[in-house]
Design a protein around this ligand. Sequence first.
Ligand SMILES: *Cc1c(COP(=O)(O)O)cnc(C)c1O
Length: 639
Amino acid sequence: MSDPYLYPAFLGPYGENDTLLEKLLVEFLRDHVYWRRNVHPEDPPAIPTRAAQQPDFQDFEARLRRELHALSASLKRSVPFHSPRYLGHMVSDLLLPGLAAQMLALPYNPNNVSAEAAPVTIDLEIQVGLQLARMLGFPHDPAQPYCAFGHLTSGGTLANLQALRLARALKCFPVALRAAAPPGLDLPEDDRSAYRLAPDASIALLQAWQHWLDALDAPARAEWSRRLAAARIEQLGEARFFARHPELEPAPVLAPVTAHYSWSKGLKMLGLGRDQLWLLPTRGMRLDMRALAQTLAELRRRGQSPLLAVAVLGSTEFGTLDPLHELLAQRESATARGAGFAVHVDAAWGGYLATLLREENGALRPREAVAAGYARFPAAGTYAALAALAGADSVTVDPHKLGYLAYGVGAFVCRDQRGMVLLDESADYVFGHEDGGDYSARFRQLGRYIPEGSKPGAMAAAACVTHRVMPLDHAHFGRLVRQTLLTCEAFVERAQRFAAEMAGRVHVCIPYPPESNLVCLALNPAGNRDLARANRWLRTLLEPLRMDRDSTVQAHAFFTSSTTLRADLLGRDELLRVLAGLHLDADSLRADAADADRLLILRHTLMNPFLVDQENGISYIDRYFEYLATRLGVLPTPT
Ligand SMILES: *Cc1c(COP(=O)(O)O)cnc(C)c1O
């Protein structure tokens, strides 16, 4: 089952590719040193050649070595993400191209805040945005004005924040424009309809405004730009903006209850208020479309539309994908009724699944082609949701999750770059075309548009090189993703056999079919019918399966994570079905009792491509279940 394509892609569980990485590191460290010398070879060395013989130097070096030894020793207690025994969270080994590129770029220390501080890596970051746009199905030809734009962030949290910023800017811009009242421009007839435009309509209005400005002379252009700026919510703040427009109310953000807590953080950070985050119910951990329709209808009845609707593609806890295609259909009909809103996809986890749907030439692959070789993947809904990505307004993807890059790199991608001008921080920018309409020239001033300021160019290099060595289509990067899905299917198959083997001793079930590479397992010892007791028992099982501060790595046979199933995530009927499958009494599920209002389950993220090791005929999946069987044999009965 191993794919030889992936052999050189990682340092490897055993450090198999150490020579390759070492060669690259030494080569490019030397290369960097020669570059230093060649900047001005006539400048002599400033640190004396004999400095190393002086006592101060030697003391310094001794201290340095001692501290590094201490650090290195303590890092041995790190979680071994690279190991095929690690089945826990959304992290695995690092892709070697990214690691090498990051290490190579690090001593140059480029700062991707602007081209002045990063003449090379800022272009790589713009490239990464286009690579991701292509993967998602967004327009990615920068010669086209409607091209997508993407940039890197510290992670998914800030990418989601950026989505909020852009959605709010686009929703409130038409209202501000009405307040500025440029004569002769075709404006929405009242504030309410201005505040209900979908992002595309808002961008069209922004375009019309920019053309209108272009026709003015410079002083008039500056004056009108100032007028608009003074009317914008970003200038006034929420309170004064809504005080000026009494017929408007702050619009809610709609997201499923499975949404990541970064959404709560984002609303608080932007001063929108946590109350404006409306968490909608899910069915089977996917956004409930009937609840969404009801919420939209209710808002429409009040003359409102949401600020943003979020679909999660790859929920953090369960790996499930919201039906984005259905959300977009609801958005389309709402927009037709004059109640548009932005749609953002939080694909921090699942974004790279889209590589499987992409031909090398960029075309969308049909479901039958994608499905070849799998037992179940992709479910019809999974395929439809991933294929619908191209219709979203913006997407969050985390290269430091399923992109196998080091932490510190998330990505925000919007479908149409023309809205980004609304996030421009430069005070004197007059919505004109000072960049001559040149895409790269505009976004080389990256710091103006992003939530952060200074940021690592080395991460852009890592992402760009990785996506070039392994293009984001099914024939390259997709092969890695495919491996994780096949592993997941093997896990499911093994789990079913395990359930049969355990019959009469422990009830075992997969509580819901996995949609991607995240699979959960629910357990209850035979004879126990009480939910709280089952949870306590599972906690004992979990203890050695998670890393803690005091233990050594070797003390753990495997690493997993856990999560809980709650009625509000799964639906009460579904949860009762799972409890029945485990022979747990329905009335031991008690909403009012801590530990009895949810079911604790094992959660496995299967990212490591070497879980089934053909070279040595070892399946770490088999070994994991053998380990579980042994543990279950000696675990005390629940109390
Ligand atoms: C991980 C995750 C986030 C947050 O991303 P960070 O990189 O941890 O900031 C947001 N949304 C989803 C769905 C995630 O899985």
